[in-house]
Design a binder for this molecule. Structure first.
Ligand SMILES: [Zn+2]
Length: 512
């Protein structure tokens, strides 16, 4: 929520204020290995896990007013094409000799039918020694084979684990220079490009396409399934094709002749899959355009420790909004200010409460309410040149901070604060208050969509705030001023925050 999802929503709303159009698509990685582990833990089927968490994930996105087209590839209406897209990619790569078969060693338990790989393996990262599973290290972004893992042991009880040699399919990266040049053109940061370079140094010019498992899309042999991480490429193609159909687009966004700007947004644990697997597949395949930009993120911590569903160290956005009465806009504001775009960051409950109570409820709310109340009922005369110039600069500054590829959310949201500081001089009379509020709505819409929409509507406009509509003066609507921001109840928030499995309110409140 702090990184990939909020950021694309902010960017798409920003484009909307400019009169542009953006489509945001995301969905469930239903064949990810950890779904098997969760199914065992909950005593349900893998399909049940996917359906249940799909609903919860969508509820999280909705709680923060994050808009997207959401897809679940297990549904009857999507599954056939999803599987076909994945198989088509791999068969096309095989046909044009862009793949190689790698023999690899992996533990196998005949009694359980499980391979000591994916969710069923634990050990230490061969690069940084952090505790890790068998394909990707969440600490350093490394990607490796199960046999590379140090001190590997199975994450299940079985006495019959024996070594096996299996054949897995890998994408042969023949155009590494072209791939690295593309990453540089995309504006991927030097730190993330170094992760890709280090990967090539340790694993050679290849990346996994299949892995040994029973859960997944069967592909090229017994117990061999599509590796879902490199398959984020096929997932992207599938999403684009779905979008094209739903929107009646004349061209596929990834078509060679397409003029779409395509962007993927993800965290550091997906660095190798996206930088090497997804771009590598596109370049080796040659029949689609690779992504134009990547929005990368580091990890977000909850008070010094990684957010974790397995350790139950987390807070759900939907709980903060529905149970603790926190406004989605307030959370969005905080997450935009303190986000893991450039480095690992921390959600500290005290900091959030202080920012909400002192600044949003203590400064911003009274400023917006005062301007709202002083507007009067008549349509005002044109804005002063000074205010228009200030607004132009504020909007340009915000646009600059949200320009791909080097976005800076924290700097972009600061444009709202500067505008609030102008209130005494700019909103001193009814006319000034009208234009100052309208400027705030334009600046705020990407970050605070509810607050911005309330102002825009009060000023007589329909739809979302748009720069094109700024100088129009429709009849004002008579609406009492809403409470834009209010102080939060610290106790109710603590009741929603799970710190190592416990909330301050209920020490037995473990939930997965
Ligand atoms: Zn590592």
């Amino acid at each position: 929520m702090s990184g990939p999802y909020l950021k694309v929503d902010v960017l798409s709303r920003h484009l909307e204020t400019l009169g542009g159009e953006a489509y945001v698509v995301c969905g469930d990685d239903v064949f990810e290995s950890h779904i098997e582990l969760k199914a065992i833990q909950l005593g349900v089927t893998e399909r049940d896990v996917c359906m249940r968490y799909s609903r919860l994930i969508q509820a999280e996105l909705a709680a923060l007013s994050i808009r997207c087209r959401y897809t679940n590839p297990l549904l009857d209406e999507t599954n056939t094409e999803y599987v076909a897209t994945n198989i088509r990619t791999i068969e096309d790569l095989v046909r044009q000799s862009s793949t190689e078969v790698v023999r690899e060693r992996v533990g196998f338990s005949p009694s359980t039918g499980r391979y000591v790989a994916g969710c069923w393996a634990s050990g230490k990262c061969p690069i940084c020694s952090a505790p890790s599973g068998s394909y990707l290290c969440e600490a350093c972004g490394a990607h490796f084979k199960p046999e590379d893992l140090r001190d590997v042991r199975p994450r299940f009880d079985a006495l019959d684990v024996e070594p096996r040699t299996v054949s897995s399919l890998f994408l042969a990266i023949r155009k590494r220079a072209q791939l690295e040049a593309h990453l540089e053109r995309m504006g991927v940061s030097a730190g993330f490009r170094a992760i890709a370079a280090r990967y090539f140094d340790s694993q050679g010019p290849r990346v996994r396409l299949t892995n040994p498992s029973r859960w997944g899309i069967p592909c090229r042999g017994q117990d061999s399934v599509v590796f879902t991480y490199t398959a984020l490429f096929s997932f992207s193609l599938f999403c684009a094709a779905e979008l094209r159909r739903a929107q009646g687009l004349s061209v596929d966004p990834f078509a060679l002749e397409s003029e779409f700007v395509t962007v993927a947004s993800f965290g550091i644990d997906n660095a190798v899959p996206y930088l090497v697997g997804v771009i590598g597949s596109a370049i080796e395949l040659g029949r689609v355009r690779p992504f134009d930009h990547y929005l990368t993120n580091h990890f977000y911590h909850l008070e010094g420790k990684k957010f974790s569903t397995s350790r139950v160290h987390l807070v759900y956005a939907r709980d903060l909004v529905a149970k603790a009465g926190v406004s989605a806009d307030s959370l969005r504001y905080f997450l935009s200010r303190v986000n893991p775009e450039l480095r690992t960051e921390n959600f500290v409950v005290d900091d959030f409460v202080k920012m909400n109570d002192t600044y949003l409820a203590g400064v911003v709310d009274p400023a917006l309410s005062a301007a709202w109340d002083s507007m009067g009922e008549e349509q005002p005369p044109a804005p002063s040149d000074g205010l228009v110039e200030h607004l132009r600069r504020a909007l340009d500054n915000q646009s600059e901070r949200l320009r791909l590829p080097a976005t800076n959310m924290s700097a972009a949201v600061a444009s709202l604060d500067s505008w609030i500081e102008l209130r005494r001089s700019a909103a001193a009379n009814a006319c000034g208050a009208y234009w100052w509020l309208k400027g705030y709505a334009l600046l705020a819409y990407p970050f605070l969509p509810s607050v911005a929409a309330a102002i825009w509507e009060r000023l007589g406009h329909d739809g979302a705030p748009r720069r094109m509509g700024f100088f129009e003066r429709p009849a004002l609507r008579r609406v009492p001023a809403p409470r834009f921001f209010r102080k939060v109840d610290r106790g109710r928030i603590d009741g929603c925050v799970f710190r190592d499995g416990k909330t301050a309110a209920a020490s037995t409140g473990v939930r997965t």
